[in-house]
Design a protein. Structure first.
Length: 628
């Protein structure tokens, strides 16, 4: 469907990648991986047509539609959330006008046997089919379903988009893209601003989507749930694996081990052959054997071992100074923004050494409580830090808070005090800033580089509490793994706000779930918590079903709406199954038509009436299936 042919990108003398080639097929689910700066985003922009390659070409059919989600899209103001989401239906609106025009023309035609009339019928059929595929008769329901899946509430639908933060506006852009139903999704870090529930909804949407998906993500669990193919960009080359991310990691390791073993065996053979040639080169009795070995050496196709990018973070957090058993305490703590209450009557204690994950939908108060803990927000009720507690804080937008006009070195040097100033360059080196890169201005750094620099600032002072708000945004897989290892070895108290399930797994042993202005505490891992939440949801469904079958209980309007949606979803599943069957039969018919067409073009079948009848029958069946 999309062909990337020998594409190269150069920036002056710097080679980002060279002669890369691969195909994107109709139902592909591809994870595009590689360290930050490897060229993943650049490759998406090339495919989307926003940039041009230095060499090579990208080709695809003219009628293919692409949906590209950028990391930093441009937003427009002046519409409500629903109005902005409805702009996704530009193609549907165009089709409505086309169908109306075709039908008007058809009403005035009487030339039923002409080719132009037949062409008009085909145009109407094609337009109606596309209109149905895009959900043209059900746009309002699609908008509501998509916005709700991405975390919006009904009361948000009529709010102006300008009232929302950048993360929520990114969700609106994602909703518009999903509603457009393109042939190919090109998604650059789609989960960065989503909570866990929204990520799980997006996973389900993309898994069932009939088009192709090419996505960049540093969320291992997200990649594993969606992708079945992994394309890695490493040291300017492409490595294509027919496997999900976790399986790809194992296959890559095995492949490199096999290459190294084969390379070592071949090098031994080459050395032994060269030794024989050198030893007997001037002995007349061995002349024939020497010449044979020389020819053998010339014919050897030298095995190449894939280059490996070994650059990675190397750091450990400083030992935590001793603090009291009680780290922080809340009593009847509440927080409101005007009339909007976010937290109500919290009574919680956090003790020394605990490893806690803050989870919940966006807007439930996780970052708000974090800001109360570090003392930048007022509140009602009681809140106090324990004896000798010092909090190191990584904000969700820490990378944006850096002074863009300072260099990397100045950024750390400005806040370093005492003996630690002599170690600033060492700290930067452990975060992959060395040599000339420490003189780079912050404004030219990538998102990943900014995140690493913001994390490096946490090493300038020993803290006994680390409070990290989405620390993995913009970090590549290896950087995330190393950060996780460093946090696992940290001997202080850890509080992490994150939507990355794989990152939290094994790192935290207590969950603070933010819901309905309060906190529910769960003494378990993140996957145990999600399993528990799933069980709760299933129990709710069971209760509704029992209420449906019982004559006594009165079913609320909300439950009736739910049951209607459930019945509707069941019908949709039936139609989807039928659609899959029809598509499978169309593929078989297409293949048979092609084979029959080849036969008909040969002299031996040129006068065979039966084969022509069979061909006509196949074409008729193809039209029936396409209409269905």
């Amino acid at each position: 469907m999309i062909s990337i042919n020998n594409v190269s990108v150069f920036f002056g003398s710097f080679e980002l990648f060279k002669d890369i080639s691969f195909m994107i097929n109709k139902r592909d689910r591809i994870g595009l991986v590689g360290k930050n700066g490897a060229g993943k985003t650049t490759l998406l922009k090339l495919i989307a047509g926003l940039e041009s390659p230095s060499e090579g070409a990208i080709s695809f059919p003219n009628d293919i539609t692409l949906g590209y989600l950028q990391q930093q899209p441009k937003y427009t103001d002046g519409r409500t959330v629903v109005e902005e989401a409805l702009t996704a239906f530009a193609e549907i609106n165009k089709l409505k006008l086309q169908i109306e025009f075709f039908n008007n023309e058809l009403a005035h035609r009487t030339d039923y046997e002409t080719e132009s009339y037949d062409k008009l019928l085909h145009q109407i059929t094609d337009a109606n089919d596309r209109f149905t595929v895009l959900g043209g008769s059900n746009t309002d329901a699609l908008v509501e379903q998509t916005l709700t899946g991405l975390g919006f509430e009904a009361k948000d639908f009529t709010r102006q988009t300008s009232e929302f933060s950048g993360g929520w506006r990114m969700r609106i852009e994602l909703a518009k893209l999903l509603l457009q139903r393109p042939d190919v999704f090109l998604l650059d870090e789609p989960t960065n601003h989503l909570d866990i529930e929204s990520i799980q909804w997006l996973e389900d949407f993309l898994k069932d989507y009939p088009g192709a998906v090419l996505l960049i993500s540093h969320d291992r669990a997200f990649l594993d749930h969606i992708t079945d193919r992994t394309v890695e960009i490493s040291v300017g080359k492409i490595y294509d694996y027919k496997a999900s991310y976790s399986n790809y990691v194992e296959l890559r390791k095995e492949r490199r081990e096999q290459q190294l073993a084969a390379y070592k065996n071949q090098q031994k053979l080459i050395d032994d052959t060269q030794d024989f040639i050198d030893r007997f080169r001037y002995k007349a009795t061995k002349a024939v054997q020497v010449q044979s070995r020389i020819k053998q050496l010339e014919k050897i196709d030298v095995i190449e071992v894939d280059e490996e990018d070994n650059s990675a973070l190397k750091f450990r957090f400083l030992p935590a100074p001793r603090a009291g058993t009680l780290v922080l305490e809340m009593k009847n703590l509440s927080k409101s923004y005007g009339k909007h209450e976010v937290l109500h009557g919290l009574d919680r204690v956090i003790e020394r050494g605990e490893k806690i994950a803050f989870v919940g939908k966006n807007g439930e108060g996780k970052s708000t409580l974090a800001k109360i803990i570090i003392g930048t927000l007022d509140y009602t009720g009681e809140f106090k830090l324990g004896h000798n507690v010092s909090v190191g804080y990584y904000a969700q937008n820490s990378d944006e808070l850096l002074d863009e006009n300072r260099t990397v070195l100045q950024t750390l040097d400005d806040v370093a005090v005492g003996d630690i100033r002599t170690k600033v360059r060492d700290i930067l080196g452990s975060f992959l800033f060395s040599g000339e890169t420490v003189e780079k201005k912050v404004k030219v750094l990538s998102g990943g580089e900014r995140s690493r620099l913001a994390l490096a600032k946490l090493l300038l002072q020993p803290y006994n509490v680390l409070l990290l708000d989405e620390p993995t945004n913009h970090l590549d897989m290896r950087s995330k793994d190393i950060l996780k290892q460093a946090l696992a070895q940290y001997d202080g108290t850890l509080i992490v706000i994150s939507h990355d399930r794989d990152f939290l797994d094994g790192l935290t042993d207590k969950i603070f779930e933010f819901r309905n202005k309060n906190i529910r505490e769960h003494l378990c891992s993140i996957y145990e918590f999600l399993k528990k939440r799933k069980a709760e949801e299933n129990k709710k469904l069971k209760d509704i079903k029992e209420a449906e079958n019982s004559e006594k209980p009165e079913i609320s309007d909300n439950k009736i709406d739910y049951l209607q949606r459930k019945a509707f979803d069941k019908e949709i599943r039936k139609v989807k199954n039928k659609l899959t069957q029809v598509e499978t039969e169309i593929e078989k018919i297409d293949a048979e038509i092609e084979a029959t067409s080849v036969k008909m073009s040969t002299p031996e079948f040129a006068a065979d009436v039966a084969i022509f009848k069979h061909f006509d029958k196949l074409k008729k069946r193809q039209e029936e299936l396409m209409y269905e």
